[in-house]
Design a protein around this ligand. Structure first.
Ligand code: PLP
Length: 402
């Protein structure tokens, strides 16, 4: 494959950002111009192995031909009409998402945080239907659910930022590893328990089965809904289409986004029958959501990912990636499931420095906490890609540990 240089270049992009963009992101010093499969190219033509996929978005690889074709064909035919009308890709995607999971109904959104807004509305409306005046939602400390005010209020670490306050009332959190605390937090006013089955932004921490079982049992006893935020874990990332399939519980609602569109923005809130009719006309809506191009892209993504052979490959390659990482000097432990992997580094090793060094060596990873690298490669990589990435991580750790 040949490298492709182009774009305005890093220095000019930086200068424009400095003048015109709000200061909400700390970016790494790379200006990407092209992607194909597991590879990215920067404006100087240097190539990178991408073990981040835009934070678990391009799971079928960059510019997958099926997704590109679906977007191109749909955008030549019809891009937008609003939710005042029917369109085929939206109807077909709703069927596919509901039938592949909880069997109820789907609401489309444009992002993960919006998918969670829908789930929060469903939980509150469902609770009001049970006569609860001030419904409460329980989430885990260290969860990440998004940045709009509902999702933010369910994200304790960020909700503590008083400069953005006040947050919405009716949210509380418990430690992620304490089934008794979960049981104690759920009571007659609980509308829902909202969990990330594997906490991604926190550093890849799977929630133990006993905690998920405690949440399920407590919700059943209280009449509350169990909501799984599968925005990072869903769409095959963990080696099943949905992460809940590898747990002992079945949620009542799941939210999806990120990889669902293969790089095209789309979110979805999917219910079981118990919550399918909570929202009625006027309760919720969005101009763009469920548009023909985004839903056509998502149908193409599901055509690739919803395949038992690929999902087995994700489980097997994930196990190989973790084994290979654990064999490197400097890696203390690995966490995760499938190709959602956190590598905790030995004490004293600065993961941020390793992440920056790896970028220079041509490997893109993410550093969600000071001691952890997060790896979210495309699901379609092979063992050679794993060997290359692990080799680079080994070299980097050797260099930085002295
Ligand atoms: N929920 C989880 C588990 C996430 O990882 C994210 C994003 O990282 C979100 C929600 C928010 O999604 P978005 O950034 O698309 O709003």
């Amino acid at each position: 494959m040949t490298g492709v240089a182009g774009g305005i270049g890093l220095e000019q992009a930086r200068a424009l950002e400095e003048r015109y963009l709000m200061r909400t992101y700390k970016r790494s010093p790379v200006d990407f111009v092209r992607g194909e499969g597991a590879l990215l190219w920067d404006a100087d033509g240097k190539h990178y192995l991408d073990f981040l996929t835009g934070i678990s978005v391009c799971s079928v690889g960059h510019c997958h031909p099926d997704v590109v074709r679906a977007v191109r064909e749909q955008s030549q035919q019809l891009m937008h009409v609003s939710n005042l009308f029917y369109t085929e890709p939206m109807a077909r995607l709703a069927e596919r998402l509901a039938e592949s999971s909880l069997g109820g109904r789907v609401f489309f959104a444009n992002s993960g945080t919006e998918a969670n807004e829908c789930a929060i509305k469903i939980a509150r409306k469902h609770a009001h239907g049970r006569g609860i005046a001030a419904p409460e939602i329980v989430s885990f400390e260290n969860d990440f659910h998004g940045r709009s005010y509902g999702a933010l209020s369910a994200t304790p670490g960020l909700a503590a930022n008083e400069a953005l306050g006040p947050m919405l009332p009716g949210f509380r959190s418990v430690p992620r590893d304490d089934p008794a605390a979960m049981r104690a937090a759920v009571g007659p006013d609980t509308a829902a328990v909202l969990v990330e089955p594997i906490q991604g932004e926190a550093g890849v921490f799977p929630i133990a089965d006993e905690v998920l079982l405690a949440a399920r049992e407590a919700c059943d006893a209280a009449g509350a809904l169990l909501i799984f935020d599968e925005i990072q874990t869903g769409i095959g990332r963990t080696g099943s289409l949905w992460a809940y399939e590898q747990t002992p519980v079945r949620p009542d609602v799941i939210t999806s986004a990120k990889a669902l569109g293969g790089g095209f923005p789309i979110g979805a809130c999917i219910t079981a029958p118990v919550a399918a009719d909570a929202l009625e006309p006027g309760d919720h809506g969005s101009t763009f959501a469920g548009g023909p191009v985004a839903t056509a892209a998502a149908l193409a993504v599901l055509g690739v990912v919803d395949d038992p052979v690929l999902l087995r490959h994700v489980r097997e390659l994930g196990a190989y990636l973790r084994e290979s990482l654990e064999a490197i000097d400097g890696v203390r432990e690995t966490r995760g499931r499938g190709l959602m992997v956190g590598a905790a580094l030995e004490e004293g090793v600065d993961a941020a420095a390793v992440g920056a060094d790896l970028l220079g060596r041509g490997l893109v990873v993410n550093v969600p906490r000071p001691d952890t690298l997060r790896l979210l490669p495309p699901l379609v990589i092979d063992s050679d890609h794993v060997d290359q990435a692990v080799g680079l991580i080994g070299e980097s750790l050797l260099a930085l540990r002295g």
